[in-house]
Design a protein around this ligand. Structure first.
Ligand code: AHG
Ligand code: MN
Ligand code: MN
Ligand code: MN
Length: 336
């Protein structure tokens, strides 16, 4: 019975990725093993987030991170879980986390060929009020089989093999691309498995939503200010765009991916490189947007062409529906 097939033909994320990897004859399952350990981390954080209020995981950890941000207990806990899961996978050689000032070089006895950059808990300011938060990750292959160095993670985003995020919201949704499109998986708590729920996600070519922190408007540069003005007072008689801003990049990007529109974190006079970090926020989300038929722009260039020089480097970012990003690219080009 076709109707029952989907109930018994469980397309778990592991099975999905194994299928994808079987296209590469030389693959020995290492990537699937790595991904399984990332998935384990996401399941743990999902569980911790869901009981944060009860398990006294709310509030500050009493430390600040390299970003000068006060670390929340869940930031620290999530970071530790991901570092331990990734090292124990035996498939990684370098880890870069928002919460660690220095990169982690995995001990030779546990070393693999993958470099993982990640934001263990994105949207920390939303933890204590129960608004959706997430984890973001990107995966590089080390440049060649020499001793791992920072050069292996200071690669442009277009060199990423895979990128994804997990959103801890009303349900736990993991969105992933390994370079052949974008697929979404939802955690079935009764099975403890992520099942394929959003096959082959494509972002609408144009959207009706813009997503930016209007509180920074005073400090925006000309093109950004002009673009937001166009969203609110369109000259061509079309209706104004709606504003939706959650303040967790994962949630704002997930909505943009599914509904269309544009997400902006522009540069401003106070922070000329914007706020979002290149390796573990800008690159993974830009990778996903391009794989879904959208695009990602820094104000100067295609985001994935950027070559980072520091592991916590920041960049302005404009990403989302292809046509909407074209509009802002035209305004930056005109400013010249
Ligand atoms: P993180 O919690 O990992 O530090 O990231 C927070 C980021 C991102 O999630 C969000 O888009 C942005 O900060 C919101 O910044 P503003 O509060 O300045 O708008
Ligand atoms: Mn942070
Ligand atoms: Mn973040
Ligand atoms: Mn974070």
């Amino acid at each position: 019975h076709a109707a029952d097939a989907h109930r018994t033909d469980l397309m778990t994320i592991t099975r999905f990725v194994l299928n994808e990897q079987s296209k590469y004859p030389e693959s020995r399952g290492d990537f699937t093993i790595l991904l399984n350990h990332i998935v384990l981390g996401c399941k743990f954080v999902c569980s911790a987030v869901n009981k944060a209020g009860l398990a006294k995981l709310i509030g500050l950890a009493g430390e600040t991170n390299v970003q000068g941000e006060e670390q929340k207990k869940l930031d620290v806990l999530s970071n530790e879980v991901f570092v331990k899961a990734l090292v124990s996978s035996g498939r990684t050689c370098i880890l870069v986390s928002e919460e660690d000032e220095e990169a982690t070089f995995v001990d030779p006895s546990k070393r693999g060929r993958y470099c993982v950059v990640f934001d263990p808990l994105d949207g920390s300011s939303n933890i204590d009020c129960g608004v959706s938060i997430g984890t973001i990750f990107g995966i590089y292959m080390m440049k060649d089989n020499h001793e791992p160095t920072l050069d292996d993670v200071l690669q442009p985003g277009k060199q990423m093999l895979a990128a994804g995020y997990c959103m801890y919201g009303s349900s736990c949704t993991l969105v992933l691309s390994t370079g052949g499109g974008v697929n979404g998986f939802t955690l079935d708590p009764s099975l403890g498995e992520f099942l394929l729920t959003h096959p082959d996600i494509k972002i609408p070519k144009k959207g009706k939503i813009y997503s930016v922190n209007e509180g920074n408007a005073k400090n925006w540069d000309g093109p950004t200010a002009k673009y937001v003005e166009k969203c609110k007072f369109p000259k061509d008689g079309s209706s104004p765009k709606s504003l939706r801003y959650i303040g967790s990049m994962v949630a704002d990007v997930h909505r943009t991916l599914l509904y269309g529109g544009i997400f902006l974190y522009p540069a401003d006079k106070k922070s000329p490189s914007g706020k979002l970090r290149v390796l573990y926020e800008v690159f993974p989300m830009s990778f996903l947007m391009e794989q879904a038929g959208g695009q990602a722009f820094t104000g100067k260039q295609r985001a994935l062409d950027l070559v980072p020089t520091k592991i916590h480097e920041r960049s302005p970012i404009f990403l989302g529906s292809f046509d909407d990003v074209e509009d802002i690219k035209a305004l930056y080009a005109a400013e010249g």
